[in-house]
Design a binder for this molecule. Structure first.
Ligand code: ZN
Length: 319
């Protein structure tokens, strides 16, 4: 058996796989679009194809890997390998034994974890968080997810810790995709930002956001479209991103008041694109809300990029 491990980042639009060495080096990788129809068994088959392709690029057979880790959306049970309510995957409202299915297909051990948590653990072990013993990961994308490392160990609570997107930043505030009001995600999640942009546009506010979306043939306002509009000096875009940064600063500083972590790592599609660009206003906003603000946490942008989720997932396999 080799000391190589497989890592799989199961996302709503793509499945990214990697074959990872003991030091985190990537020996082979492959990606596939996530099926948009069918059900969990079809998604499992697409995962299998992508992992086999990555393994063949690395010159190894899946059954010879030390194990394979999967970072999954939805409710991922690390103990049983069952994934439930992965609503951004096709036909996945119920439960499916993904771990067991893949273990049979590959002939090696398969571990399942939460997608954001494993990406945060990857940054902690090998990326932007490697010099720290405690950190809060803030994954700023379609929604706002999070993960916590305390004293060098992931803190999962009873399974649902780290949901920073649902920190309340304004009581009775904007409606969140979760159904509650005033959550951080209601101001900073890309879906919520798009809904707000659409509403203001329909009310007559000028913006190029939707023109750019059609021009680049995107079905939604992607991180790239937000960036283009910002570079064009689009006023509504500037306003909504400023609003998102204010909410992030408030929510992240509040979480830091509770956890007092050494560092905050910002990842996710919007986080990786805008983290450096908006570092200063984010730090300023946090400063307003940090109870002890003479030694603020270090703020870093995720460093493992596109492969971070898959590399982090590979770490689920015990050494
Ligand atoms: Zn919420």
């Amino acid at each position: 058996m080799s000391d190589l491990r497989g890592g799989i980042d199961l996302g709503g639009t793509k499945i990214q796989t990697a074959i990872v060495g003991a030091g985190g080096e990537v020996h082979g990788e492959a990606r596939q679009p996530t099926p948009t129809s069918g059900g969990p068994a079809d998604v499992a088959r697409a995962i299998e194809d992508a992992l086999r392709e990555a393994a063949s690029a690395a010159g190894v057979k899946p059954e010879d890997l030390a194990g394979i880790g999967v970072g999954s959306p939805g409710d991922a049970d690390e103990r049983t390998g069952v994934i439930s309510s992965a609503r951004n995957l096709p036909g996945w409202d119920g439960s499916f034994p993904l771990g067991e299915t893949l273990a049979k297909a590959f002939g090696t051990e398969v571990k399942i974890g939460n997608d954001v948590q494993v990406a945060v653990e990857g940054e902690y072990a090998l990326g932007a968080g490697k010099e720290f013993e405690s950190l809060l990961g803030v994954w700023w994308g379609t929604g706002v997810g999070g993960g916590i490392i305390l004293d060098g160990k992931p803190w999962l609570g009873r399974g649902a810790a780290g949901e920073i997107g649902h920190m309340v930043v304004k009581r009775g505030g904007a409606k969140c995709p979760c159904g509650r009001k005033g959550c951080l995600e209601a101001y900073a999640g890309r879906s919520a930002m798009e809904a707000e942009a659409r509403r203001e546009h329909e009310e007559g506010h000028k913006t190029d956001l939707f023109k750019l979306m059609h021009k680049h043939e995107k079905p939604r306002l992607t991180s790239g479209i937000w960036e283009r509009a910002l570079d064009h000096g689009d006023k509504l875009t500037e306003k909504l991103i400023e609003r998102a940064i204010e909410a992030l600063g408030t929510g992240v500083a509040s979480a830091c008041n509770v956890l007092d972590v050494e560092a905050v790592v910002i990842g996710g599609g919007l986080g990786e694109r805008f983290g450096e660009r908006f570092m200063e206003p984010l730090v300023e906003e946090m400063d307003k809300h940090l109870f002890v603000n003479d030694r603020p946490p270090a703020i870093r942008v995720a460093a493992l990029n596109d492969l971070g989720g898959a590399i982090g997932a590979s770490l689920l396999v015990p050494k």
